[in-house]
Design a protein around this ligand. Sequence first.
Ligand SMILES: Cc1cc2nc3c(=O)[nH]c(=O)nc-3n(C[C@H](O)[C@H](O)[C@H](O)COP(=O)(O)OP(=O)(O)OC[C@H]3O[C@@H](n4cnc5c(N)ncnc54)[C@H](O)[C@@H]3O)c2cc1C
Length: 533
Amino acid sequence: MLMTAEEYRESLRKLKPRVFINGDKVDSVADEPRLAPGINAMGVTYDFAHDERYKHLMTATEQSSGKLVNRMLHIDRSAQDLIEKLEAVRLTCREVGCAQRYLAHDSLSAVYQATHRMDEETGSEYLPRFLNYLHRVQDEDLSVGVAMTDGKGDRSLRPSQQANKDVYVHIKERRKDGIIIRGAKAIITGAPYMHELLVMQCRNMTEADADFAVCCAVPIDVENLTIISKPAGRPGENAAKFAAKYGQSTAVAIFDDVFVPWESVFLAGEWQYSQFLTSTYATHHRHSCIGARAGFGDLLIGAGVMMIETNGLDAARHPHLRNDLVELIKIVEGFYACGAAASIYGFSDASGVHQPDGVFSNVGKLLMASQIYDMHRLAHDVSGGLIVALPGPDEDHNPETKGDLMSMLQTRPDVPYDKRMDVARLMQDLTTSDTAGWMSVISLHGGGSPEALKREIYRYYPLQERRELVERLLDRGVLAVDDETSKNQQPGRCCPVGCQIPATPQLAGPPTMAPIEAPLADTKIKQLPSAAE
Ligand SMILES: Cc1cc2nc3c(=O)[nH]c(=O)nc-3n(C[C@H](O)[C@H](O)[C@H](O)COP(=O)(O)OP(=O)(O)OC[C@H]3O[C@@H](n4cnc5c(N)ncnc54)[C@H](O)[C@@H]3O)c2cc1C
């Protein structure tokens, strides 16, 4: 069953999570105004799945069940799936800033791959258990929050070395019927308005950290779970043209001895698989982050064009303004192109799940993480100082000031003052408000800090293959060093090409795609060329 946004909101009413915002206990998440922008944003992922213009992107057929599911819960099996997911994330995030629900997609794919690998190599029976969970989540069209980032405590110490073990979620007790987990997850997007949380460890674990290697699903209103949340966006603020309607909350989750039955446990102590699970999730997630921030880029580009126009200028006639816009486009489409390349050069592992290419996913996320600040700078440059200096919206109705403001701050005669203010307030909302700061920090750290991305790029990239290329061109042995000792040691790499075979991708999309109709026609919904083309 594919829910609508209204049904999603209604479904939240049936849950009773223990949620706090700014010191207040929330009685009903669905009716809490401070969470409304977050629920609205999530709602778009539901409504678009019913929208004739978008449902070819927002839904997909789950191969393991044959059922139609929301794209945000689908398991990718091909390059076509990956690019459609990327487009779907961009589509929803350009509408609401951050649609949040794609994290579920990324975690479901990674847990699928990890449970498959564990079962193959250890004889465990995690995958059938996970498939039951996956199908329930898909059938009920749930929203699943990702509880991965632990409190972490002293960053220089491993989980088992921490003075207070609760800074990482861990298995406190194993029972016949399940496990008891305890500890803090520090940053969970949209936690209060999720149906469930998928708990995963956030780093590679050693044998000593085995109790911290845990992956399981918990209902959001499970006993002994407390969600301490921030409001979503800028609810109730008149000046927030965008973030009063659409926003994101983040929350801390305190697991104070939460019982999880075995049927919802997908990894419990198998520390050897922790790196595979976290790294696989990270790759899927960074690929999605690229689509999400490209959607935000679409908003910035559109707002930039409108600021220029409402200021009475024409970018085509003013090279510096045109350059700013082109620079913004270059950044957004540059990192998005990495997402497209990661889709095309992805690979299917033994589970059949199609994973984006690790180098392109991480490079794209790194470009976006570092250039988000340039995106804001460029948007600020075309806008001028008004976006931080403009009078508040109450002045629009103040009889003592309104008239003067309307005439003296007018730009082009055909652009009414209040319309110019609307555009300036939108730009303010997107680039200088608390929401704007959120966008910067999620771009920088969300899905992993830059150093984590760089490590993955170094790990995935076939450096040794490149070295051998040059060695061959120079005639083998010309460097006069021993082959083995000269090998570039990349942590986590097993062979010169790593886990990916650098073959030419063979692409074959589905034979037909629903036609793209206006107003979506100008977005880049792509059909990958078939292998024959
Ligand atoms: C808006 C937002 C939404 C998010 N949503 C989610 C979510 O839904 N689910 C989720 O699980 N996570 C989420 N995250 C968390 C995100 O994945 C983390 O922020 C990211 O992985 C970095 O972790 P951290 O914030 O703990 O920073 P830290 O790990 O503390 O990093 C801070 C700095 O210290 C460095 N550092 C850290 N440890 C070491 C070390 N041992 N040695 C050397 N340097 C070190 C880092 O490289 C970085 O430069 C979200 C983050 C943001 C900002």
